[in-house]
Design a protein. Structure first.
Length: 473
């Protein structure tokens, strides 16, 4: 339950961290986008003003505006004073006609390209010219009357020519926005009545968002590094916590196991000792002999556990290495071990065809191989238990293998079998046997591998480098 809550807390913390970073990055990106301006913005504004000193919007634009409004001005005034609905309908038509005429007669391309070439600006800069607002004034007391306003819905304006900033007169800039507006120009005139038209000029390079993102690249990298560091810290903290928790559980399990493994023979010895004091038992030699056998058997069991604990604690001490012929040494060990096997248990040895010498600590080696044999028979629930020990030369190595037909080891357990206090599914032993084997091979400078499949048995192989070979005579 605690482990589950810990995982949930770690995942939740990570999600919150990423969410906060995303919000900060988005806000920073928004600010960067708002403040991003092309460096030529001020120059474009000044040059555009110089390019149309005596005209409106672009060369010839004033004539187009005057011709359209002069034609419709009387009708617009009459509609304004008599029928507002007619005025709205007529103003929409006039606005559309004016905008379309400004679009078709536009010379803005030549004006803008002239500015770019004259000032040797980046030819990738795109512009957009829009009509933002059209206003009339029939009398000084009537105030400005809006015929067209980009902020209001204009159903008669084609969608292809419409933007949130008004009717498109000319230009190729695809995404006009307040941040890339160069200037807003209001032109006015006096015909029979006065008018005022507001134009907006936008300019920017293509891929604005990409350029803004490129400016934010250091921010993105720092954010990713921060997230990666936090993930790593959480990962290693969680992994170490889980490992410590698992080690604590294994140690607790080991203590319980020791308590059981030691208490059982001790209790048996105490009961047997108490029985020996009984007067009737003392008169019966057979019962005395049986109790003596029990005492010896349980004492040896207790001695075995003590020796195993001592062996593990002393394995890292300096080894007493002796040059030993492995075929003979292992054969004697296998023969001795076979004496204690049951009828359904069989142990065989396959020696190498040549003498094989290696520097070994004989006591540690004997204990190591005995642990492997104990493990092979203990974790075998087959009716006929078979274990074979073989020694062979493979390349530049001597390989000693212990193979059984037992229960096998699943892939998950295989990764942990050499850990201290790790016990099998049957929970037998102290969980130190294979740990001792691993420590012993490491102390000798060897390596050990395991091959296993569930219900198909296991094979432990000890690899000893650089053998000295002598042929049998």
């Amino acid at each position: 339950m605690i482990s589950k809550n810990y995982k949930i807390a770690v995942i939740l913390s990570f999600v919150i961290l990423v969410f906060v970073h995303l919000i900060l990055i988005y806000n920073t990106f928004t600010l960067k986008d708002r403040d991003y301006n092309i460096s030529e913005r001020g120059l474009l504004e000044a040059e555009y003003g110089k390019s149309i000193p005596d005209d409106k919007v672009y060369s010839g634009g004033g004539m187009i505006i005057d011709s359209i409004l002069r034609h419709y001005m009387p009708a617009l005034k009459a509609a304004w004073y008599t029928n507002p609905a007619d005025f709205n309908e007529l103003s929409g038509k006039v606005s559309l006609a004016l905008c379309e005429r400004l679009r078709s007669g536009s010379t803005m391309d030549s004006v803008f390209h002239s500015i770019v070439q004259r000032n040797k600006l980046d030819t990738n800069i795109r512009y957009l010219l829009t009509v933002q607002r059209i206003e009339l004034n029939f009398h000084r007391d009537s105030g400005n009357i809006r015929m067209y306003d980009s902020r209001q819905q204009q159903g008669n304006i084609p969608a292809a020519y419409s933007t949130p900033f008004g009717f498109i007169v000319d230009g190729q800039l695809e995404h006009p926005q307040q941040e890339n507006m160069v200037t807003s120009v209001a032109v006015s005139g006096m015909l029979d009545y006065s008018y005022r038209i507001t134009f907006d000029l936008f300019a920017d390079r293509p891929n604005r968002l990409f350029r803004v993102a490129l400016q934010m690249l250091p921010t993105f990298i720092l954010a990713l590094i921060c997230i990666a560091v936090m993930v790593s810290i959480n990962y290693y903290t969680a992994r170490n916590w889980m490992k410590q928790k698992k080690d604590a559980e294994m140690k607790t399990d080991f203590i319980h196991s020791i308590k059981h493994e030691f208490n059982t023979p001790i209790s048996t010895i105490l009961v047997a000792g108490k029985s020996l004091r009984d007067a009737d038992v003392q008169k019966d030699k057979d019962r005395i002999s049986a109790l003596a056998d029990i005492l010896e058997r349980q004492a040896r069991r207790l001695q075995s556990h003590v020796n195993q604990l001592l062996d593990v604690s002393m394995i890292k001490e300096k080894l007493e290495l002796e040059a030993t012929e492995l075929n003979y040494f292992i054969m004697v060990l296998v023969n001795d071990y076979s004496l204690k096997l049951s009828d359904n248990e069989k142990l065989t040895f396959d020696p190498a065809p040549v003498e094989l010498f290696a520097d070994i600590d004989r006591f540690a080696f004997t204990t190591m191989l005995t642990n492997l044999l104990d493990n092979a028979f203990r974790h075998n629930s087959k009716a006929q238990k078979r274990t074979s020990v073989a020694i062979a030369v493979k390349g530049s190595e001597i390989v000693i293998s212990v193979q059984d037909n037992g229960n096998g080891i699943d892939n998950e357990m295989k990764q942990h079998i050499f850990e201290k206090f790790r016990r099998g599914t049957n929970k037998q032993g102290l969980g130190l046997g294979l740990y001792y084997v691993k420590e012993c091979t490491a102390a000798h400078g060897w390596k050990i591998t395991v091959t296993s499949a569930t219900e198909q048995g296991s094979e432990f192989a000890i690899h000893i480098p650089k053998p000295e070979l002598k042929s049998f005579s």
